[in-house]
Ligand binder design. Structure first.
Ligand SMILES: C[S@@+](CC[C@H](N)C(=O)[O-])C[C@H]1O[C@@H](n2cnc3c(N)ncnc32)[C@H](O)[C@@H]1O
Ligand code: SF4
Length: 397
């Protein structure tokens, strides 16, 4: 008989709730410090009402401790990928290449989320880091500096030198453009830029703003221009150039005026056997939502003990029952959940999918708009309006 793959074993666990493997992907935050001040940033924006303290910003992970943690996670079996990031900029960590080198020597798939400015392209190429998710947020010097107020034209130059070096070495990384007031007019230029640097894909995100950063929300005129012209023009050009993009998802976000929430109740949370995030201070999270804390490594507890222990089991059971946390409406792992939800449904059928998501056959009109499960495309504006209306909420015209 053929041995089941790790992916199959994890799907089985989602069905029968028996733990067989460790996580497939672990997200490691390695530093809270950053070399810039993106206007939209949740931790470093100059617009924050309550800035983070210097003590908080100085926190970073110790590479020796990280190695021990990864050894422990690997002892559970099935670890395949690591995402290296932080609430700050990972390439400002003085030991970042040692950390990345260790992960690569273990044969893991390594993704780094970065603004790229402190990165050494040659080290990245030599280490064979698998993917960079590069936050750029502008396609002209003016827009780039408006998004990064503490930077100067020399930083804009450095960005291009590094992007060129990476491209010329044959790498194809991903561009991230968080869209706000300073750069909403740049979609077409961002597509051209992604093409120039042979980006593997270009992801647009409407900035999710809070704590004072609402100051850089797009205004009504920008929203109308995006919806009336700019998104279509950018989509047309991206398709012409063969740039892979997510402009349909971005359009749905802009249409909903920021009110579009993840229809998590219609998808389900399937991360409990797949993923974990560990913050710089050793807090172990169930997903990227900082509300969903499983425990802490700071007190000497081991990851493997937490993964197999009662707190994780309770959270798996809670989310399986459809009892979500407030932040789940902004699920940062929605794409993964959509994929796993679809795979689970195909393999086990409707009834077991309902058991795994806490939904029931008898449920009445849905209160959220679901993406198309076969394509993962977001719900239409009409579906979103209907779903929000059922919750007594209104979508801006
Ligand atoms: C907080 S950063 C940390 C990693 C790294 N410093 C960077 O900027 O890529 C992680 C991601 O959050 C994105 N981001 C920042 N502010 C955001 C916002 N208000 N809404 C959505 N994404 C945001 C960044 O572009 C980046 O992709
Ligand atoms: S580079 Fe990343 S962590 Fe730094 S300010 Fe920008 S979004 Fe925040």
């Amino acid at each position: 008989m053929k041995t089941p793959s790790n992916a199959q074993l994890r799907l089985q666990s989602l069905d029968d709730q028996r733990l067989r493997l460790g996580p497939q992907t672990v997200h490691l935050d390695i530093t809270n410090a950053c070399n810039t001040d993106c206007v939209t940033c949740w931790d470093h924006s100059p617009h924050l009402d309550t800035p983070q303290s210097i003590t908080w910003k100085r926190q970073r992970a110790d590479p020796r401790r990280l190695r021990e943690v990864v050894d422990d996670i690997e002892s559970l079996g099935g670890l395949e990928a690591v995402i290296v990031s932080g609430m700050g900029e990972p390439f400002t960590h003085p030991d970042v290449y040692e950390i990345l080198g260790d992960l690569k020597r273990r044969g893991l798939h390594v993704t780094v989320i970065t603004n790229l400015l402190a990165a050494d392209a040659d080290e990245i190429i030599a280490l064979g880091v698998d993917t960079l998710l590069i936050g750029i947020h502008g396609a002209t010097e003016r827009a780039y500096l408006d998004f990064h107020p503490s930077w100067s034209p020399a930083h804009w130059q450095r960005l291009h030198t590094t992007l060129e070096r990476l491209r010329d070495a044959g790498r194809r990384d991903k561009h991230v453009q968080v869209i706000c007031r300073t750069n909403a007019h740049q979609l077409l230029a961002m597509v051209e830029q992604a093409h120039r640097y042979r980006a593997h894909r270009l992801n647009f995100k409407l900035a999710s703003l809070a704590g004072g950063t609402q100051a850089v929300a797009i205004d009504d005129r920008q929203r109308l221009t995006l919806l009336g012209n700019d998104i279509d023009v950018a989509r047309h050009r991206a398709d012409e150039l063969g740039v892979v993009h997510n402009l349909d998802v971005f359009e749905a976000q802009v249409r909903a005026g920021g009110a579009l929430t993840a229809p998590i109740e219609d998808i389900g949370c399937f991360l409990g056997y797949h993923y974990s995030r560990i913050t710089v201070d050793g807090t172990v999270l169930y997903c990227c939502n900082t509300e969903v804390v499983v425990g802490s490594l700071a007190t000497g507890e081991r990851f493997s003990t937490l993964w197999t222990g009662p707190a994780w089991e309770d959270l798996r059971a809670r989310l399986r029952a459809g009892r979500y946390f407030p932040g789940c409406v902004r699920c940062g792992k929605l794409n993964q959940n959509v994929k796993l939800s679809k795979r689970f449904r195909e393999r086990f059928g409707e009834q077991r999918w309902q058991a795994a998501t806490g939904t029931s056959l008898a449920s009445s009109a849905p209160t959220t708009a679901a993406p198309d499960v076969s394509t993962g495309r977001p719900p239409s504006l009409h579906d979103v309006q209907q779903a929000l209306a059922r919750r007594g909420l209104k979508v801006l015209p």
